[in-house]
Structure formats: C-alpha cells, structure tokens
Write a protein that binds this ligand. Structure first.
Ligand code: CAA
Length: 387
C-alpha cells in the first residue's frame, strides 16, 4: 500500500512587494536580492489575515464533501501561533466544518512543524488506510523593516492531505532526522519579529542537510543517482542552492544538469512569494511538480529544516495518477491578479499590528474568502464569506 501526499494547495494574499523597489529604498544593488539572495518578490500580509485564515484559504481547496468525513486529524504546523493555549487547528476545524470526531492540534518546531505533521500523518494512515490527515503549514515571516532579514520576509499557507494511494507523491518509509539545541533563529514570546544570527543559520542549515543526507544514504543504500530532483526548505531560494551545491559533485555531469534544471523549477513560486516558514518546503515541492517535467515513479528528495534546530531528509516517488494541470492554472491566475505595493503602502501594511484590546478591522482591501474581522472580548473573530 502506498501512502503519501494526495493533494497540495497554497494560499497567500495578492499584495506583494517587488524587491527591486526594496533594494532601491534600502540602498542595495538589486542583484544582491535577485541573485545573491535569489528572491524577486515577497508577499505582504495584511492585518486581516493570520495563520488561521491563511490556512483556511489554502485548506478549503483540499477539503470538500468527497473527503470531509475521512479526515481524522488536523495537524497545524506554525510558528506564528495566535494563542499560547488554544491551537490554531481548532479554529480551522470549525471554519472548514470538519466533523467533531477528529484530533486537531498545533505543532511547533520553527519551520519544521509541517514536516512533523506529514510524518505523523504517514504513520497514522499506515494504520488507518481508510482515513486522511489534513496537514497545514501557515506562517507570516517577519524580521522587521530595514533589517538584513527584511528581504527574506513573506508569508502564506500550504494545505496537504495525506492518504493511502495518493495522487501526487508516494512517501518512502525511510527518513533521516536530527535535532540539536542551537540559537540560530528564534522569536521570544514578547516579540512579533524574529531574531536571527543570519550567516550562522545558513551554515547550520547546510551542516544539518549534509548530516541527514549521509544518514539517509547509509540507511537506504540509495545514492544521488537515484534522485530526479530535490526540494528544499527555502527561507530564500539561494539557501536551497547552497544545500544542493553541497552534494552536487556526487552526481555525474549529465545528472548535475538535470538536478539544476529541476532546482530552478522548484524555486519558481518561492522566488515570487518569499519565506513562508513551515510551508516553504511544500511550496517548493508544488513549484517542482508544476514546473518540472516529472514522470511517475521518479524519486524526489525533500529536505526540511527548522531553526533551533531540527532537520529531516525524506523522499517519495511520483504517483501514477500525477496530474498538475489544475494547479498550474491556479498559479498562473494568481500571479496575474496580484497587486504591487509601493514602499509606502508596504511599510504601512507591515507596521499595522493587531492591538491587545477589542477592535473591528477594515476588510475593504482583503478579498479572501476567510478573513479576520477583529477582536471581541479577547477572542479573534473570523468570517467565512463563502457561507
Ligand atoms: N550581485 C550578486 N550577488 C550579490 C551582490 C550583487 N550585487 N551583492 C551581494 N551579493 C551576494 C553575497 O555575495 C552573498 O552571497 P553568498 O551568500 O553566496 O555569500 C549574498 O548576496 C547575501 O549577501 P550578504 O551575506 O552580504 O547579505 P546580508 O548580510 O544582508 O544577509 C542573510 C543575508 C543572512 C540571508 C539575511 O537576509 C538573513 O539573516 N535572513 C534570515 C535568516 C535566514 O533565512 N537564514 C536561513 C537559514 S535558517 C532557516 O532556514 C529557517 C528560516 O526559515 C528562517
């Protein structure tokens, strides 16, 4: 029995910043951002969207009447939680009208949370093949205006269903993981922006990748020649390139070309959206699916990294039922309909934060189906415009 990713959808708001505008405003060379960092644009998230609404706007595309009753768990990976106690998964479960006889929990380990969800879901469906698990990665990546991390901001959500006989990717059982207490990137409870030791975090990322790649190869006896493509956690797309370059010499010359071509396909969407923390690896996988020329049974390697730090290398093979036409159309329409912000608009949106008292938000600039309407009696208020 094959178990893996059956559906994979993405959502982010249409407002974005062109990074050439950011480069000019910050006195940097545009090529530093476009080539040195590997980013062209970044999503800007209005105050009327939070981790819950981002997730709901993505998940509504993978949950409908055909699978609603099969979903046994909602595993919500996020490091942009909205409550220290109650999980974002419970709010999401209500917005999606999922039945009550399910588990709904939030998972936190920086950008690794959604991968923990995927692996827990894999094991669960192995025991309960008639069930599905909804896995979410939803975040808003914030470093602050005029910081070195500003060019690597962004946000959005991915929603995956994990099932038996999946339509996209059959996950292999083998997986290699590693965790170590490292202060490369963190966000204390009192802060809305992350703290980061930038260059150190890049080095730890590559070291973790090399370590879990070695471990995976020892376990499976597979080598780079068994892989058609790799998808990486992409805080910014140059980071994945640094990971790939660390192992590329292991491949033949022809295969190096193929891996580089597929890497370009895997970073196309992320380059235009920016970092989405927990969802980044899965947006990259979606980008690979939609923009590479993949065939059933080909093997894809996935590297997940969450600062602090946890890394995992795992793999899967393309399903026989693989079809990406609808997703390609969705992304084409989405990128065409985006709204480019001026620097002033971006800085205003970025600086707008939810107050810690009751408030009614202006929804006129947010056309999403699920929106945050405000706070009442210290409770976030959500609206489903599809009702
Ligand atoms: N043309 C082309 N390239 C140029 C250039 C130009 N005109 N000018 C500079 N560059 C290159 C530099 O040579 C450098 O390349 P290398 O990394 O290959 O050496 C690159 O552009 C970046 O330049 P700097 O190192 O000078 O950039 P910086 O000091 O401003 O900061 C950063 C870069 C450290 C990535 C910073 O943006 C940051 O801290 N980002 C957030 C941290 C992060 O994402 N870390 C990743 C690992 S942690 C993780 O993965 C978890 C997560 O999601 C956060």
């Amino acid at each position: 029995m094959q178990i893996g990713i059956d559906q994979l959808a993405f959502y982010t708001p249409k407002t974005y910043l062109d990074l050439v505008d950011l480069a000019h405003a910050r006195g940097e060379e545009p090529d530093k951002y476009r080539i040195g960092i590997g980013q062209s644009e970044q999503a800007v998230i209005p105050v009327t969207q939070d981790a819950v609404t981002l997730a709901a706007n993505a998940a509504v595309r993978v949950v409908d009447d055909t699978n609603r009753d099969k979903i046994a768990m909602v595993l919500f990976g996020t490091e942009s939680g909205i409550d220290n106690s109650k999980s974002a998964a419970i709010y999401l479960k209500r917005l999606l009208k999922l039945p009550d006889n399910i588990r709904a929990v939030e998972i936190k380990q920086a950008c690794y949370g959604a991968t923990a969800g995927v692996q827990f879901a894999h094991d669960y469906v192995r025991l309960h093949p008639d069930k599905q698990v909804l896995v979410i990665g939803a975040d808003i990546a914030r470093y602050g205006l005029k910081t070195p991390g500003e060019v690597t901001q962004g946000g959005g959500a991915v929603a995956l269903t994990i099932s038996a006989e999946p339509k996209l990717l059959n996950l292999d059982d083998a997986t290699a993981f590693r965790s170590e207490d490292i202060m490369d990137f963190w966000r204390p409870l009192y802060r809305t922006e992350a703290l980061v030791d930038g260059r150190f975090s890049e080095n730890v990322y590559v070291d973790f990748f090399k370590a879990v790649w070695q471990d995976y190869q020892q376990q499976t006896k597979l080598t780079i020649g068994d892989f058609t493509a790799f998808a990486f956690h992409l805080p910014f797309t140059k980071m994945g390139l640094k990971g790939l370059r660390a192992i590329l010499p292991e491949a033949s010359e022809d295969q190096q070309k193929q891996l580089m071509t597929n890497f370009e396909a895997s970073r196309q969407y992320n380059r235009q959206v920016g970092n989405l923390y927990t969802g980044s690896l899965y947006l990259s996988l979606r980008s690979l699916f939609d923009n590479a020329d993949l065939k059933p049974r080909q093997r894809i390697g996935l590297f997940s990294y969450g600062s602090g730090a946890e890394g995992e290398f795992f793999s899967g093979t393309i399903s026989d039922a693989f079809d990406v036409q609808a997703s390609r159309r969705w992304f084409t329409d989405f990128f065409r309909s985006r709204q480019r912000l001026t620097m002033t608009q971006y800085e205003r949106l970025f600086s707008q934060q939810l107050p810690d008292h009751d408030v009614l938000l202006d929804l006129s600039h947010d056309d999403a189906r699920f929106v945050l309407t405000g706070i009442k009696h210290d409770q976030r208020q959500y609206l489903d415009r599809g009702e």
